[in-house]
Design a protein. Sequence first.
Length: 495
Amino acid sequence: MGLKAFYSMMRLLSMKFRLIACVLAVASAFAQSTRVRTASDAPAVLSNAPASPNLLRDLNRSLEGVVSKVSPAVVQIVVAGYGPSEDHGHTNTARVVRQHAIGTGIIVDPDGYIMTNAHVVEGAQRIKVILPSPASDSPIELQPIHSGQILEAKLLGIHKQSDLALLKVDATHLPTAALRSDVRVRQGELVFAIGTPEGLRNTVTMGVVSSLARQLDPDKPMVYIQTDASLNPGNSGGPLVDIDGNVIGINTLMLSEGGGSEGLGFAIPAAIVNFDYQNLRKSGRVQRVALGLRTQNITPTLATGLGLARGWGAVISDMAVGGAAEAAGLQLNDIVLAIDGKQILGLPDVVMALYIHPPDRVLKMDVLRGETSMSFYVVVKVYHESIDALADIPGLQKRLVRKLNVFVADLDSNVKPLLQDTRSESGVLVVAQLSGSNSIDTGLETGDIIRAVDRTALQTTSQFETLVHNLSPGDPVVLQVERKGKLQYLAFEME
């Protein structure tokens, strides 16, 4: 038996054992309740005791009810567009290639607002949303008007740091799934993942919450719910649901060496999803707070060396000079007890609390300094995240100039403030280059501002496309470009 087949068999056995455990727990509870009866009642008890198949049917109906409650709001997302190329395993954001992607989304508002993963729609030129066809026990039962429809979707906003994106389709009265950020999630509880693994729509898998507040990278402000429910490519953007049908997270990634599910799946908690949804719907961007401090987990060794009052939790390990935290009176080695009234048990709790704090409200932080508990009120600042790639600029309208295999955008009032050291008042911005064997060696680079073609000054991308379209093979071309604040000419011949 191969290793992959062995793992698959073990996952199936694990799910069976969990199911049997649930049944045994119900049966045990029932048995305990019958022990308190007298011996004379025994025949009646035995005659009224439910048979084992009935327990299984009750459990089965409960599971079906959870799925039927959420699945109508789970959609398939089909994306056609351009994404960064892979060069020997390394992502090259400056060059893009034609790509297709399939993922999952959740309808969070009946007027057509859908949350999904940012990596599902990255580089999208066209996004389609396929609404699910609800299950029917009758072959002649009429289907709702929206079932099975394929709708064009518009990308309203994207936040790569959390890997979340908001889509909008032109439809109303759609079924929705509520993001229950107020529901307490517990380690070990049963959960279900609904999505489109490998393109198979409306697929349901079951597992448990393996861990809470899992922080995969200490330098990134993200925590996850870990689950062993099977996740595969295509599950991205789908819901993680508890046994009451509450959406407790959005499935986003898995740790796998072979590319398939290995029981290490991760979901973005509903609190973060809801926070990003509200921000993206309001402005197309996510605004988070900055305090000017850094925390880290306390270990027994660290506590002993610093003389801290306790050997667990989170301690302030760095502070920016003149930052909001310093101005509020916080100090190094303060142990964080609570933020906005929420208890802090470690670094992931700090990350979560700061992530979802509204930028227009004062933050309350309770700390332990020495053996004294103290409270501080911090006037937060808005954290402005750097744009990793020009294509990440919200609302950027890109135009592909095929003769030169470049994507360009207008240098307008929305784009120019986001660029550094720009001296050009007009021109077009090179957003990315399209990979291909027929690419002309223009010398252009991502981030260049094309100010003129030959002696014609540029104002818009449509003007640039027209000028290039009128060029013939062999024609000499001179582009005046601004690169990192300096002007230069690029000369080449059309092919």
